[in-house]
Write a protein that binds this ligand. Structure first.
Ligand SMILES: O=C(O)c1cccc(C(=O)CC[C@H]2O[C@@H](n3cnc4c(=O)[nH]cnc43)[C@H](O)[C@@H]2O)c1
Length: 203
């Protein structure tokens, strides 16, 4: 099985110690990079991976999360009546995508993983108020990152199964870089992705 691993930044790919694509930060960079890679190679599964913020009480620092769905959570309109997603705006298109490869990834890992929705946001949450709002509006969200939906959209358009797997480096809320535990998250991520790569060799 040929796996395309997509991270946002070089430090994430270096930490994994596998071949892959540094797709850039944010959903647009991730989508364009993934689409270009899928146009020039043959892959059986695309994996969006890297660090993520975990929602308090749902995904602690150091844990591994696998998406059952990804949601572009800031695609829509901010109104006096609250946030309107695409459906709320009466626009066609999907801001939520179900992962065709998530179940396979979870089953392939002989590790404890948390499964749920992973939000994709162009604006990383940096206040407790926004974090609480997102947690309330998206009760099944376990984490937020900035690329999953873009990778998923490109893979879906190319007809290739995709999954999102992340390690929690920080909690969603007030931005406090001193509270990020990147070494722990990278250790979890390296273990999980190594197990996944082993599983792809057998498939
Ligand atoms: O500062 C460092 O040493 C460092 C090393 C590797 C990666 C980083 C990043 O900042 C990665 C950015 C990447 O991580 C995702 N991420 C992580 N936490 C959050 C969050 O709370 N909310 C949204 N996204 C998050 C995101 O996908 C970024 O692209 C730093």
């Amino acid at each position: 099985m040929n796996l395309l691993v997509v991270t946002a930044v070089q430090a994430e790919l270096d930490a994994l110690g596998v071949d892959g694509l540094v797709g850039g930060v944010g959903p647009v960079a991730a989508a364009v990079s993934t689409a270009m890679a899928l146009g020039s190679g043959t892959y059986d599964l695309v994996l969006s991976t890297g660090l993520a913020g975990g929602f308090a009480g749902r995904a602690p620092i150091g844990s591994i999360v696998v998406a059952d769905t990804v949601r572009w959570a800031d695609l829509g309109a901010d109104t006096d009546e609250g946030f309107l997603d695409l459906a709320g705006l009466g626009l066609a298109g999907g801001d939520v995508l179900a992962s065709p490869g998530g179940r396979w990834v979870t089953d392939a890992l002989d590790l404890p993983v948390l499964t749920g929705e992973i939000l994709t946001l162009s604006t990383m949450t940096g206040t407790d108020r926004r974090g609480a709002e997102l947690a309330s509006v998206h009760p099944s969200a376990v984490a937020e990152a900035m690329e999953g939906y873009g990778v998923a959209w490109a893979a879906q358009a190319a007809g290739v199964p995709w999954a999102e797997l992340r390690a929690i480096s920080n909690l969603v809320g007030r931005r406090d870089r001193s509270a990020w535990n990147i070494p722990l998250a990278f250790e979890s991520l390296r273990t999980a992705v190594a197990a996944l790569v082993r599983a792809t060799v057998d498939s």
